[in-house]
Design a protein around this ligand. Structure first.
Ligand code: IPM
Ligand code: MN
Length: 350
């Protein structure tokens, strides 16, 4: 019997509604071989507005005791942008050393993609985004702030250690995924001649240990073009933090939008955190209009990460059936069902 202790951070906006459905699905999966215990944490905008505290110092140590974290959404209309994102989401990613951001881009049958003439057989790839360095590291500062002579510097930090472990994960993942066994490094070696020189060198160095993985390279601008024109060419894409952030929003759109897109912040040696990648969508909060499938797919990714492939497959198959046989659209308010009803349907087909 496997028992998993899950920390749940519902967060802001529609976060609590979608997380409730993911927890409902996980509870429904429980049997003699699989058990979950859920512990809820109230981190988010409301707590910050009430107490002035973004994340208590004890949070990191507390969260380290769990098998995984399930996160709803972070972002509150009454809190200045950056405070909660940096203070909660990025802090957790950094301090729990979740150095991989894994984002599957998969178009399910019956889902509308904005790409003309592309179907589920064309859109099925994974982005491995570095998650602790690059432009996100917070290196830089101001000089003469607020004057006409102001200088603002934001530096991209790329360490050999950080780049190597991310690339190694990507090679291993490509091998294990066993689709086309093709790994593409997405960078900008023609302009960012220091950062991506390092990425490129380590990429080629590691490639020698993976003779069965085909390697390719693409500049990030061209990768955006191909994601729209020839998404069928991709198997696994590995890239830095900022480029990964940008191309995975594009990826979410071609797989049918934020209603389905999920991601994992993974520390392969520690505690990982899974989330629907759409934001807190405050305008839909509390209305039962938001699509919970992305949060449910985040739970699916969590189970896959535990190695519970069979249970993960049951969630994925059920989600596919709900999409194909029931939902009119994946967009908030257009599904033909409420948030709770969609969760109930997923449970029904488990
Ligand atoms: C994401 C989000 C975050 C990021 C924001 C909310 C800080 O856009 O998970 O992609 O930029 O990483
Ligand atoms: Mn993003």
């Amino acid at each position: 019997m496997s028992k998993y202790n899950i920390a749940v951070i519902p967060g802001d906006g529609t976060g609590p509604e979608v997380v409730a459905e993911a927890v409902k699905v996980l509870k429904a999966l429980q049997d003699d071989n699989l058990k979950f215990e859920f512990t809820f944490f109230d981190f988010g905008g409301d707590r910050y507005l009430k107490t002035g505290e973004v994340l208590p110092d004890s949070a990191i140590e507390d969260l380290k005791k769990f098998d995984a974290i399930l996160l709803g959404a972070i972002g509150h209309p009454d809190v200045k942008p950056g405070i909660l994102e940096k203070g909660i989401l990025l802090r957790l990613r950094f301090e729990l050393d979740q150095y991989i951001n894994l984002r599957p881009i998969k178009l399910y049958e019956g889902v509308e993609t904005p790409l003309k003439d592309k179907g589920p057989e064309d859109i099925d790839f994974v982005v491995v985004r570095e998650n602790t360095e690059g432009l996100y590291a917070g290196a830089g500062g101001f000089l003469r702030k607020g004057t006409k002579n102001e200088v603002a510097i934001q530096e991209s930090i790329n360490t050999y250690m950080g780049v190597e472990r991310c690339l190694r994960f990507a090679f291993e993942y490509t091998k294990k995924r066993n689709k086309d066994k093709k790994l593409l490094l997405c960078g900008k070696t023609n302009v960012l001649t220091y950062a991506f020189d390092l990425w490129n060198r380590v990429f080629n160095e590691l490639a020698e240990n993976y003779p069965d993985v085909k390697t390719e390279y693409g500049h990030v601008d061209a990768v955006c073009m191909w994601m729209v024109k020839n998404p069928e060419n991709f198997d696994v894409i590995v890239t830095d933090n900022m480029f990964g952030d940008i191309i995975t929003d594009l990826g979410a759109m071609i797989q049918g939008g934020m209603g389905i897109a999920a991601g994992g912040n993974i520390n392969p040696e520690g505690v990982s955190m899974f989330e629907p990648i759409g934001g807190s969508a405050p305008k839909y909060a509390g209305k039962g209009m938001i699509n919970p499938l992305a949060a449910i797919m985040a739970a699916e990714m969590m189970l896959r990460n535990f190695g519970e492939e069979n249970y993960a497959n049951r969630i994925e198959k059920s989600v596919m059936k709900v999409i194909k046989d029931h939902l009119k659209s994946l967009s908030a308010g257009k599904m033909g069902y409420t948030t709770e009803e969609v969760g109930d349907l997923v449970v029904k087909y488990l």
